[in-house]
Design a protein around this ligand. Sequence first.
Ligand SMILES: Cc1cc2nc3c(=O)[nH]c(=O)nc-3n(C[C@H](O)[C@H](O)[C@H](O)COP(=O)(O)OP(=O)(O)OC[C@H]3O[C@@H](n4cnc5c(N)ncnc54)[C@H](O)[C@@H]3O)c2cc1C
Length: 421
Amino acid sequence: MPGISRRTLMRGGGVLLGGGALLPAAACSRLSAPTWDVVVIGAGITGLSAARNLVDHGWSVVVLEARDRIGGQLHTDHSFTSVPVELGAGLIHGRDAYTWELVEESGAETARVRGGSGNGTRIDTDSPPLDFEDAAAYLRRTGVPESDWPPVSIDNEPLDRWSATWMHRHDLFDWWAASRANYRVVDGYDRVLEPLADGLDLRLSTPVREVRRIRSGVELVAGPDGEEVFRADHCVLALPLGVLKAEDVRFDPPLPTSHRDAIRALDTTDALKLVYEFDRPVLPDGPDALGWEPGSDFVFWRLSSGTSEVVVAWASGPSARDLLAREEDERFAIGLTALSDVLGEDLPDPVARTTHDWAADRYSRGAYLYVPPGAHDAPAALAAPVDGVLHFAGEPTTGENTVEGGYANGYDLTDQLIAEL
Ligand SMILES: Cc1cc2nc3c(=O)[nH]c(=O)nc-3n(C[C@H](O)[C@H](O)[C@H](O)COP(=O)(O)OP(=O)(O)OC[C@H]3O[C@@H](n4cnc5c(N)ncnc54)[C@H](O)[C@@H]3O)c2cc1C
């Protein structure tokens, strides 16, 4: 994606409209629920960007977030070691990513991480895929040798689980094949959330349980026991696909068939990071990452080095699923053995370790999204507003499973709302 600014940089100039936003939370009741122009569900990068843009344009907005923190799948753990650890998103993909403007605005320090996944071969994908064809079958049918296939499974599901049409339509065969430098935020990726969240009306620990479409807009029932009611003209739903699939949020009346079918057709991958701290450097001098070793279920990279070293072991797709089916201790043991095998030496016991199970996390229910065969039109179907008041956002509506994608979508969606209303 080109590095165009997503921000209109109106922050601070916005005037909160809508009397309800001025009411104390205690005034909320089913009889006299305060009203906003927009209620945003989910304070991940998508929801925060959407709310930021609306507030900066003078709209009254409340953000309802189930967890006791913002960021969603962008989750920095500052408690593990002296260096912050990313349990979810960790990498900025290339120099063109939109999120660089947030990095600059927050003043965060970045470091380059060796990418190394690209094989440099552009795939000739002129011949159109069949509607329900998977990406592996398509490459086979069009005679692309396996040695030229993009290394999708490093980050995601294997090619036979992807829609060939989706990958073809969005140039994804070549996106994955391209070699690009990745970057990480040294003092924690959550630094980039600061400029977005600043001054927003954020209600943490407020899971939304029900979304009702009413004559004047929407009414949301939220809170640990469903005891709060929020009313608004519009609702932006920046929820993970897994949460939508599990029907954790009820819709009254139910969503149209087109939207329910779209949610059913899309899927989430599994992804797992095992993070170890050793009391001495263990990775070879020089490269900060060990490339993808055929036959290994992991990619390894270092987060810090000095007298001690923090190393990430990354697994995705079927490898991650296999690990997630095991006890946590066993996952760590398998990751350590794999690192030891790749290095060809015994390793010391780690002095600390951490991980996060995104599949078991009830506010995520899986890691990020992929588009299975036949689901290529599902994101667009889900993106269509429902009754002009419900606006789904984020990965399920764009198919783009990155922080950059969520950031851009939060702005794009609300730019459209602002222009139309
Ligand atoms: C392990 C892992 C590694 C990743 N690595 C990268 C990477 O290196 N680079 C990259 O760009 N991307 C990466 N991603 C993907 C990236 O994190 C996501 O694409 C992005 O963060 C999604 O943002 P979002 O706001 O759309 O969704 P989320 O971050 O999932 O936010 C949704 C929010 O909704 C909240 N919520 C859920 N249910 C409710 C409810 N009932 N009521 C209210 N709130 C609710 C959640 O708590 C959450 O805060 C990774 C993801 C994972 C899991």
